[in-house]
Design a protein around this ligand. Structure first.
Ligand SMILES: [Zn+2]
Length: 335
């Protein structure tokens, strides 16, 4: 999905650009041209829509993430509506026995003791659907929808982490000076060849090894681009994004390793603000006594996908302004 070729950020036309050979804009902070020695600044004009754009090296990274997030949203929506339709198809007459509805769905298997050359090969049919009523079937469909929304949510966390990793790798690749923001003792044994490499993949390996996860990577990015920190604490949502990410990380852990069960002993000591985030952004029915099974509704999933996009955009915008690149490449609409 991630493509290296250049395309117009406004109309997506490929390969129809001319280099305008215009120097970097002298706007932004006094440091905004610090990239000049590390990456050649280029401007293009699109022969399709005639708009200008630059070679912001992280635009394609955020674009790749947005494609993945929107695709997840679209696939989940489709899956959910198909499963809802299936639920509605169950007639009242199936309430006691759903076997007619499930015709042809039994498991077909063979006997492994069978000789491969046996001319009288046999199969067995298993799964007696007379034991399943229509209401069990409806319940299983509901569970499948819930399971899928939790899986999509957990996958989006990993996509966000990959995005952060790609941005941090690009940052270090463009300017090795940023290595100063990482404690030397954390990487002093790391192979030296990578530290002078210009290959994004080498830096990705380095970032994974030294900064480890989204928390570590964001800590590094915030040191280099302190603007990120401001909006993490003061934003239109009135939440602490750092706390949101910590809660999200715990939710992802529950989805991946604990069958969607959020254990009370992992949450009980959280401050009120984090519990509030858990309730409004992830699952409304957690209790400190026994923990709870996560209940990720479609609204919760869509809102978290939106917040991942917003957090990623915050990193992208802060990065672009600090490095002297343009960032206004996304379509704007009024609410
Ligand atoms: Zn264009």
């Amino acid at each position: 999905m991630y493509q290296k070729k250049i395309w117009c950020p406004f109309c997506s036309s490929p390969k129809i650009f001319e280099n305008l050979d215009i120097p970097a804009k002298k706007t932004g902070s006094p440091d905004s041209l610090k990239h000049e020695n590390k990456i050649e600044y280029k401007r293009y004009i699109c022969q399709g829509c005639e708009r200008e754009f630059d070679n912001n090296p992280i635009f394609q990274i955020i674009e790749a993430l947005f494609v993945k997030l929107s695709h997840s949203k679209c696939l989940f929506f489709y899956l959910r509506s198909q499963l809802e339709e299936l639920k509605n198809e169950i007639p009242a007459s199936c309430n006691q026995d759903a076997s007619k509805l499930l015709t042809g769905s039994k498991i077909v298997f063979k006997d492994l003791f069978e000789n491969p050359t046996d001319p009288f090969s046999q199969v067995f049919l298993a799964g007696d659907f007379r034991l399943i009523g229509g209401s069990d079937h409806v319940k299983a469909i509901k569970n499948l929808v819930a399971w899928n929304s939790a899986k999509f949510l957990s996958q989006s966390y990993e996509q966000f982490e990959t995005y952060l990793k790609d941005v941090a790798s690009k940052t270090l690749n463009i300017n090795k000076k940023y290595l100063d923001s990482i404690k030397k003792s954390d990487y002093k044994n790391y192979k030296k060849s990578s530290l002078s490499s210009n290959d994004d993949n080498d830096w990705r390996m380095f970032v994974g090894y030294v900064l480890k996860n989204s928390t570590g990577i964001l800590k590094f990015l915030k040191q280099v681009y302190p603007e990120i920190k401001k909006a993490e604490k003061q934003n239109y949502r009135n939440i602490d994004l750092e706390e949101w990410l910590e809660v999200f990380s715990e939710v992802r852990h529950a989805v991946t390793h604990s069958d969607q069960f959020l254990k009370a002993d992992r949450v009980r000591s959280w401050p009120h603000s984090k519990k509030k985030i858990l309730a409004s952004y992830f699952s409304g029915d957690y209790n400190d006594e026994n923990g709870s099974l996560l209940h990720i509704t479609d609204h919760i999933l869509y809102d978290d996908l939106k917040l991942i996009a917003e957090y990623s955009f915050l990193v992208y915008k802060s990065w672009s302004i600090a490095e002297g690149f343009e960032w206004e490449y996304f379509e704007k609409k009024h609410n």
